[in-house]
Design a protein around this ligand. Structure first.
Ligand SMILES: [Zn+2]
Length: 312
């Protein structure tokens, strides 16, 4: 692609970074770039065999603090379409993604598909933005599918029907996932549905499944938790008789482990997937089910099973 070659000019070409690899891998299908793992999986589900999807942030990567790599810029330039979460989840990248969208078409924030009245205001000020952790509730995540269907149909009109069919099928799977999760969560008595984690990533989960939620860090992980936050959380855990609290895969577990030690409770051995999924191909068998922790469906199943098993 002409755009791709332009993106490889200058500094990148001198460094020999990324560009050659992309051209070699190109197989005639449109290149679609996604930021976080959840969006990457979503685009793969809708795009199927018709597109080539590259993700910028891998498993365990914290999008709030992610600094774009030099190869990311080349991929974004070369991509026929770009999908990102939005709502300022991709902290340092949001501005450049918005600029890219102004400069060219085909750049989409998938959360743009969610009706504004379904979004939550964060607990503390997040510079006037909504809470971006919408994938915590599959019912809400379902609203993002149509953005991908539309975005892919724009770059590949011949595949429109294909994307429509795959999108509808995936929406149905997300509805089934929500029903499954509600059934599992019902095993935890209502007064024990208290979820304490590393940062405020589970408010949509809490609203969707009837949990009261507390995070050690705020809605972004950019600011470190202070001693006051820690003392308050320890007090809350003691007052409410919580026995298990949860680390997250994309946040350093040390702080939440310190809270658990101070409060005299258990830090779960199962880290929750908050802002990144697991590694694709990491298949687990639990409660008579098999799921891949590197998919959105597997991410939700892992989280729900870990929370229910840890709290009931
Ligand atoms: Zn987060």
């Amino acid at each position: 692609m002409k755009i791709g070659l332009a993106g490889c000019a200058g500094l990148l070409a001198l460094l020999g970074v990324g560009c050659q690899k992309q051209r070699e891998e190109s197989d005639g299908r449109p290149l679609v770039v996604a930021t976080v793992t959840m969006v990457h999986d979503l685009v793969k589900e809708v795009g199927g065999e018709r597109v080539r999807v590259e993700g910028l942030m891998g498993p365990g990567i914290d999008p709030h603090t992610y600094k774009p790599k030099i190869t990311d810029a080349a991929l974004l330039e070369e991509a026929a379409a770009v999908f990102y979460c939005g709502l300022h989840l991709e902290g340092k990248m949001q501005e450049s993604l918005e600029k890219l969208a102004e400069r060219r078409g085909g750049v989409h924030a998938v959360t743009g598909g969610i009706p504004e009245e379904m979004l939550l205001e964060p607990q503390e000020d997040f510079e006037g933005h909504y809470d971006p952790h919408v994938w915590g509730d599959p019912e809400l995540w379902k609203e993002t599918v149509k953005v991908v269907v539309q975005g892919l149909s724009e770059i590949d009109p011949e595949g429109a029907e294909y994307y429509e069919e795959r999108g509808s099928a995936y929406e149905k799977r997300l509805e089934e996932l929500k029903a499954w999760a509600l059934e599992r969560v019902a095993e935890v008595p209502e007064d024990q549905r208290l979820l304490v984690t590393s940062h405020d990533a589970f408010f949509y989960f809490g609203r969707g499944f009837g949990f009261e939620v507390r995070g050690l860090q705020g809605v972004s992980t950019v600011s470190e938790p202070g001693l006051k936050d820690r003392a308050e959380l320890v007090k809350f855990i003691g007052q409410r008789g919580i026995r298990t609290i949860f680390p997250e895969t994309s946040v350093n577990p040390k702080a939440i482990a310190a809270v658990a030690a101070e409060a005299g409770v258990r830090a779960s051995g199962e880290e929750l997937f908050s802002d990144a999924m697991g590694t694709p191909g990491d298949v687990v068998e639990l409660h008579g089910e098999r799921y891949d922790k590197g998919t959105y469906v597997g991410m939700v199943k892992h989280n729900v099973n870990s929370i229910v098993d840890g709290l009931k």
